[in-house]
Design a protein around this ligand. Structure first.
Ligand SMILES: C[S@@+](CC[C@H](N)C(=O)[O-])C[C@H]1O[C@@H](n2cnc3c(N)ncnc32)[C@H](O)[C@@H]1O
Length: 284
């Protein structure tokens, strides 16, 4: 059988080249606090430096105080390919989150929930490369233009997830864009795997990156009609679980069966619930 370009991309991702990235290579970005795991940070940096060619924007949905954005921007800076990096978030943090993430980073305590000024300060070294978009992502939408790298970490309700997909997915580059689904394996968001399964003809699964990320190649960008058909907000629990079973079967080569079991258990334990923070953990 003839080897295709997609086969070459699959082989490139099977080798997980981001695992060879050292902390020194990402050093300036490591000063910005993040919730990403070490290997996820390397993946973001690698994707911006070594995957992206500058044929579209780099978009970070749910960037919190800019940790993921900084890893992307540093990769983009080192590659020098010209892509603009866009960070989207409502830029707020609770007192607990501030204490957990900012204290260890040596950021002095401050009043209030607004973290946009802090994000701007932390991201200042990359400011010529970055645009920040404060507010609800699904209300802000995308100003237009191709997107080469799309990282999603804000699909916390099915309704917001569907609307974000409608804004951003049609702008992906055919056979060129990566979609980094940072919460794909997070038990609080069992709907992400279902959405990607309903869009299976458009996205090729490439790699799992612990603990929660799944990376996809966009084969063809879904259009508005495909996204309406793939919407998850009105799915019944039975349809959600069927979607998870289908994703589990298709992604069997990635060895993540235990993660799918937990997603399915979480969906079963939380009938009708489609808001991440309201999900109760499934019994073991
Ligand atoms: C898990 S955190 C992201 C972590 C970040 N990527 C990092 O590197 O630390 C999820 C973020 O998504 C944001 N978020 C969730 N839903 C959102 C929405 N609908 N609109 C705007 N921001 C949202 C939250 O404010 C939060 O900062």
């Amino acid at each position: 059988m003839t080897r295709t370009a997609e086969d070459d991309i699959r082989a490139r991702f099977a080798a997980a080249p981001w695992k060879g990235i050292t902390a020194e290579q990402m050093a300036p970005a490591l000063r910005v606090p993040t919730m990403l795991s070490d290997v996820e940070q390397s993946l973001y940096f690698w994707a911006a430096r070594d995957w992206a060619r500058g044929c579209g924007a780099i978009v970070d949905l749910g960037c919190f105080v800019g940790g993921s954005t900084a890893r992307l921007a540093e990769g983009r800076r080192q590659a020098g390919h010209g892509a603009r990096v866009h960070g989207f978030d409502r830029f707020t943090a609770s007192a607990g989150l501030k204490k957990r993430l900012f204290d260890p980073a040596g950021i002095p305590p401050f009043d209030g929930r607004d973290i946009l000024p802090l994000a701007r300060r932390l991201l200042d070294p990359w400011s010529p490369l970055i645009s920040l978009h404060p507010g609800e992502i699904e209300d802000n939408g995308w100003p237009g233009g191709p997107i080469e790298l799309l990282a999603l970490d804000a699909s916390k309700t099915t309704g917001a997830m569907d609307r974000m997909a409608a804004h951003f997915f049609p702008n992906l580059v055919p056979a060129g864009s990566l979609v980094i689904q940072q919460d794909y394996f997070h038990w609080r968001q069992p709907w992400i795997a279902v959405q990607m399964e309903r869009l299976a003809e458009h996205f090729v699964p490439l790699a799992a990156c612990a603990p929660s990320t799944m990376v996809f190649l966009c084969r063809t960008p879904p259009d508005a009609g495909a996204l309406v058909r793939a919407a998850c907000d009105r799915l019944s629990d039975a349809e959600l679980i069927a979607g998870l079973e289908a994703a589990r079967a298709r992604l069997a080569p990635f060895g993540q069966d235990h993660r799918f079991e937990k997603l399915i258990a979480a969906a079963r334990a939380n009938p009708g619930q489609r808001v991440a923070w309201k999900l109760k953990p499934p019994a073991r």
